[in-house]
Design a protein around this ligand. Structure first.
Ligand code: MSP
Length: 404
């Protein structure tokens, strides 16, 4: 059971079909800011991130690059992601790779619980699968037959699969979410999830037939565990599940996710946890999406900015500052290099730089160059703390500016 001296925060685990872009760095940087804040408050912090390797898109990306050995490709890409976080000074305590044995062990232990609850059954599935989303789509979700996110035609899948009784958890989920109003944040996402569940939940397929890559279904080598079912369990793997000590960290305080993956985190994952008889995370916070100069980040448009290059140009702290200052946390926003340059000069170099310069001069002049005990007399930090505790990172920055 987590208590006030412990804090467990997670980022999504990222697909490795490509290297990180600035949108991915956004979530990881925000999680890092929160992790550092909670450490400063004297809490013991677990901060996990990682890579989601068992996806079909891993195989497609490896093949597109002519890589014969998919595991070797994932090793190479996992290192790219890890190095990016290092270059950005990210203070994660864990880096989960879903091809690791410890994760497989956690997935099997979890699935066993779900099977024992009677929530897994075999059935026939016919549906449209979007590899980009790694998700089955309904006709209603498509626009002119294409996935609205990836603009690709989903493939028709007809096969025998294992199913998870998601429908059984409709009412328990609604009750839980309504009783815990901080469970899903911000409130716009809470409303979206509640409305979705109220429309009804169907059972979901949680395995794929004859897929050579991924975690094999236990005792049925023809089936592979559906990548989202395996990926969500990473949050338990990082806590040490199924070893008993996992309750030192579980339930997590917060899963930080992008708004595109809230259904997986706010519906599928809590239902899976209920089925396995485990506690639910204390909260799930969804941040918004941002565009670059008004355009969606896309590889084909060639606008996917490398966060390491930006950090090299402006410095890690300036990059963190700009991302959190410019985009209200939880809302959508836009990233513009021109705007970054302006904010860098006006707010950081001029305003903050001048304040630091003046304070330095005064320390030399009046305190013989030794700062001694610092007391921000008369300054009330409670609003800053309040903002940080409630994921209002841009509000916390407003408080800092008040002081500056
Ligand atoms: N592998 C899944 C997550 C599994 S978690 C159990 C996945 N991976 S992802 O690499 O596609 O996306 C990871 C995160 O990056 C998501 O939270 C997504 O919202 C975020 N972002 C990707 N592009 C983004 C922007 N342009 N802006 C903000 N966040 C973005 O989904």
């Amino acid at each position: 059971m987590t208590n006030s001296t412990k804090y467990y925060i997670t980022t999504p685990i990222y697909y490795i079909n490509d290297k990180p872009h600035i949108g991915h760095a956004y979530a990881t940087i925000a999680a890092d800011v929160l992790a550092r804040y909670h450490r400063q408050q004297g809490r013991d912090v677990k901060f996990s991130t990682g890579v989601d390797e068992n996806a079909q898109k891993t195989v497609n990306a490896a093949e597109a690059r002519g890589a014969k050995d998919i595991q070797a490709y994932t090793d190479e890409m996992a290192a790219v992601w890890q190095n990016t976080w290092k270059s950005l000074g990210i203070s994660n305590s864990d880096f989960i790779r879903t091809t690791e044995a410890s994760h497989k062990k956690a997935v099997y232990a979890f699935l066993k619980k779900s099977i024992e609850s009677g929530d897994i059954y075999k059935g026939y599935y016919e549906g449209l699968y979007c590899v980009g989303c790694e998700e089955f789509k309904t006709e209603g979700e498509l626009v002119e037959g294409l996935c609205p996110l990836h603009k690709t035609k989903p493939e028709l899948v007809k096969e025998e699969n294992y199913f998870f009784k998601l429908s059984k958890y409709r009412q328990p989920l609604l009750d839980y979410i309504k009783e815990h109003d901080h469970f899903i944040q911000p409130v716009s996402r809470y409303n979206e999830v509640v409305a979705f569940i109220e429309r009804g939940l169907e059972d979901i397929s949680v395995s794929r037939l004859k897929k050579p890559w991924g975690i094999p279904w236990p005792d049925d080598k023809d089936q592979t565990i559906y990548v989202w079912f395996d990926a969500l369990i990473n949050y338990l793997t990082a806590a040490g599940y199924p070893d008993k000590s996992y309750t030192d960290w579980w339930p997590a305080n917060v899963h930080l996710v992008g708004k595109d993956i809230i259904k997986f985190h706010c519906i599928m994952w809590p239902a899976m946890l209920m089925s396995a008889g485990l506690e639910l995370p204390k909260s799930i916070f969804a941040h918004g999406f941002f565009t670059i100069d008004g355009t969606k980040i896309s590889k084909s448009l060639g606008n996917s900015i490398d966060p390491t290059e930006l950090a090299n140009q402006y410095g890690i702290d300036a990059l963190r500052y700009y991302l959190l200052r410019e985009i209200p946390f939880g809302a959508d926003g836009d990233f513009s290099q021109a705007r970054f340059a302006t904010v860098y000069t006006t707010e950081l170099a001029n305003d903050l730089g001048n304040a630091v310069q003046r304070v330095t001069v005064m320390i030399n002049k009046y305190l013989s160059g030794a700062i001694g005990e610092v007391a921000l007399s008369g300054h009330d930090e409670s609003r800053y703390r309040e903002a940080m505790e409630h994921f209002k990172l841009d509000r916390a920055l407003d408080e800092v500016w008040e002081l500056v």
